[in-house]
Write a protein that binds this ligand. Structure first.
Ligand SMILES: C[S@@+](CC[C@H](N)C(=O)[O-])C[C@H]1O[C@@H](n2cnc3c(N)ncnc32)[C@H](O)[C@@H]1O
Length: 332
């Protein structure tokens, strides 16, 4: 999961369904059969509210998060990388923060959703630098062979139907010796645990806040709850995979990468963070002020530190996030 907000009040999703994103009812119908169309419609719809939903910022909080996650799997050698391409870049969270951290110089973002590419370019302009940006499917990148020193991704390959094909494309556009770094993907067991905890939190919070004693102050309006439920149902359509670290590493090797390595992160931090985030959507946001936001952020940070110690003894498959890196062998 991404770093929880430091101190903002949560907001429900503002749009009840993809048909209000500008997509026709026919598009939405077809999207149930066509996963790529679903990705475009869903993420176009999300683009404007995405940063707020996931507490994305371009300040020290997210700069250090992006830098630490990158360094955890790929180390700090070779910084800054000259030219970097991000696949499924969304609003630019990973590449723009890595650029600010001094990890990369020149940023090119791609995403299958035009709305996301627009949002990433806007964010870059707000921070004060220019980036290249194209609408592109990660399974078919519109770039020459050997064009980049680094290919990046964050929370993206679980949306891509043919993961091995996407890695082959990433290796093709990398110069020999160049590196792939993909972070923030859900592990199979970690995701199962987080979803179970989130469902239990939703069930408990929505029932408790309907009781006469709490309903007035703590209940969220039913239309907000319906909206959140619909958003969760749509998420289930676009979330295609979870990963077992060893199998992910094998896929990246099969695609042709060398020096492949995976790292997993967030165990208790995910057990705390996902239910905390679910609670924010389940109860009246006015009841959760700064005190809650600070508590959630501090709790997540402390538990992340504990998880780093636990990683020496707990099996890596149980952690929530997996990152993977590899290089294009110098001779290919
Ligand atoms: C969960 S979001 C992550 C966005 C961003 N990387 C981040 O961490 O904030 C996944 C992104 O992948 C994009 N995506 C989904 N399928 C894709 C594909 N086949 N090729 C490229 N991008 C894709 C979506 O449009 C969306 O912006």
């Amino acid at each position: 999961m991404r770093v929880p907000r430091a101190a903002e009040s949560p907001r429900p999703l503002s749009c009840p369904g993809m048909s209000e994103s500008g997509a026709s009812v026919d598009d939405v119908e077809r999207a149930w059969q066509d996963t790529k169309l679903a990705q475009v419609l869903y993420h176009d719809w999300e683009a404007d509210s995405y940063d707020e939903k996931w507490s994305i910022s371009f300040d020290e909080r997210c700069i250090s998060y992006a830098r630490d996650r990158f360094a955890a799997v790929a180390g700090t050698a070779g910084w800054p990388y000259g030219t970097a391409l991000e696949i499924g870049a969304g609003t630019g969270f990973f590449a723009l923060n890595l650029r600010q951290a001094g990890v990369i110089d020149e940023v090119h973002v791609t995403d299958i959703s035009p709305g996301m590419v627009r949002a990433a370019k806007l964010n870059a302009a707000r921070i004060g630098f220019e980036i290249g940006g194209r609408v592109a499917d990660a399974e078919q990148l519109p770039y020459d062979d050997a064009a980049f020193d680094l290919v990046l991704g964050h929370a993206v390959i679980h949306h891509i139907p043919n993961v091995e094909l996407a890695f082959r494309e990433m290796l093709r556009v990398l110069r020999p010796g160049g590196r792939i770094v993909i972070c923030g993907e859900p592990t199979t067991y970690g995701d199962r645990i987080a979803r179970t905890l989130s469902r239990a939190t939703w069930w408990t919070a929505t029932r408790l806040t309907r009781t006469p004693l709490l309903a007035n102050k703590w209940a969220r309006p039913q239309e907000d709850l319906d909206e959140s439920s619909r958003a969760a149902a749509l998420e289930a359509v676009v979330d295609l995979h979870t990963f077992q670290p060893r199998q992910l590493a094998a896929t990246v090797r099969r695609a042709g990468a060398g020096e492949v390595r995976t790292v997993t992160e967030e165990l208790t931090a995910a057990w705390f963070g996902w239910p905390a985030r679910t609670l924010e959507y389940a109860i009246n946001p006015e009841r959760l002020g700064w005190a809650w936001a600070n508590f959630a952020y501090a709790g997540w940070r402390r538990l992340s530190a504990l998880d780093r110690m636990l990683s020496h003894v707990v099996p890596d498959e149980l952690f929530y996030n997996v990152s993977v890196t590899g290089i294009r062998p110098p001779t290919t």
